[in-house]
Write a protein that binds this ligand. Structure first.
Ligand code: ASP
Length: 347
């Protein structure tokens, strides 16, 4: 009998070890295996909970996320650049009123929509950004034009709009961006404003979702790129600019490490230089993308008082979606065409 029990124990211990080593090698394999190309997107992080969302709304978000990522996926599959994949994917999200970018952007205190965007190429560390524009239909296209066709990295407000017009980018009436839903958010924000300080410091608003859009991609040529586009935060004032157009905070790409797009409470992403910090932890400390993203989003950012998330890809095509909020609109596609779409925690 005793021998029999020993035998059972020995068998259990052996199978536990076997499972463990299987897990470990699975992780290892994931992080060292190089995929040909991959793409990842977000549509903002925040208080995105299943119990607060109707089935129809959920389906609408999933459909738009899929449409957007498939556009970038096709670019990559056909041998296009990660920059084009990022830009074209973001265009779809900017044109959708579901997200806080392009059409559907949140309102400033003055009741207008002001857009920020940035894009970066990992091969050259070239980058472009625009801040505070009110009439450029697709701000990510302006960021790209700043990068490609100007000697600068960031242009702002009227100057950026004049440059956009010279570049032949689509200019629209400011009313194009306006949506009923975001106007209501502004009214709510103003009603809860406790003092003259921009009310996104109010706890209720901190709890609402952010809705910025972003994308990171690795192309067949081994080049990484990332981009981000946003209307900023509801009730922003005094020409407030968030992290989205700041290279290193909202967007970063470097072929030797990773490409990152951020979403969340911008002031903290700027102070933490979140996107660059993830890259730096990989470069200087040898962390994997997963370890670096986890450390920055789950420890360093909350320690500062900030919340939000990132999507990122490393030079081998490994993808990470890390957020410390209730949810984050997100999707990934790899070179096998496998699609993942998520919105809530733990899915
Ligand atoms: N990060 C953006 C900002 O602070 C907001 C967002 O991610 O939705 O402007």
């Amino acid at each position: 009998m005793k021998t029999f029990i020993y035998l059972i124990f020995a068998f259990l211990a052996f199978s536990a070890c076997k499972n463990e080593s299987k897990e470990a090698s699975k992780n290892l394999q994931n992080e060292s295996e190089k995929v040909e190309f991959s793409i990842i997107i977000h549509g903002g992080a925040g208080s995105i909970r299943r119990e607060n969302m109707s089935e129809e709304k959920e389906a609408e978000y999933r459909k738009k996320l899929e449409e957007a990522i498939r556009v970038g996926y096709d670019v990559l599959k056909n041998g296009g650049t990660s920059l084009d994949a990022v830009q074209n994917t973001i265009n779809i999200l900017e044109d959708s009123p579901l997200f806080n970018a392009g059409k559907g952007a949140v309102f400033t205190y003055e009741g207008v929509n002001e857009h920020d965007a940035s894009i970066m190429e990992g091969k050259t560390l070239n980058a472009g950004a625009s801040a505070g524009t009110k009439t450029v239909k697709n701000p990510i296209n302006l960021a790209r034009a700043v990068m490609d066709n100007s000697p600068h990295v960031m242009l702002s407000r009227e100057g950026a709009e004049a440059f956009a017009a010279e570049e032949g980018l689509e200019i629209v009436e400011p009313s194009y961006f306006s949506t009923e839903k975001k106007l209501k958010s502004l009214e709510r924000a103003k009603a809860s404003e406790k003092n003259k300080v921009a009310s996104f410091y109010d706890a209720d608003l901190q709890d609402s979702k952010f809705g910025t859009v972003g994308c990171a991609a690795l192309d067949k040529h081994g080049n990484l790129a990332a981009g981000t586009s946003t209307g900023g935060m509801t009730n922003k004032r005094w020409g407030r600019i968030g992290d989205s157009p700041i290279i290193g905070a909202g967007t970063y790409a470097n072929n030797s490490t990773c490409a990152v797009s951020s979403t969340g409470w911008g002031e903290f992403f700027i102070r933490g230089m979140v996107a660059h910090d993830i890259s730096a932890l990989m470069e200087y400390k040898g962390l994997t993308l997963k370890e670096a993203s986890h450390l920055v989003i789950q420890t360093k950012l909350p320690e500062l008082g900030g919340d939000g998330g990132i999507v990122a890809i490393d030079k081998n095509g490994n993808m990470v979606m890390e957020f410390n909020t209730q949810g984050m609109f997100r999707a990934t596609m790899d070179d096998k065409g496998e699609l993942y779409i998520g919105m809530f925690k733990n899915e």
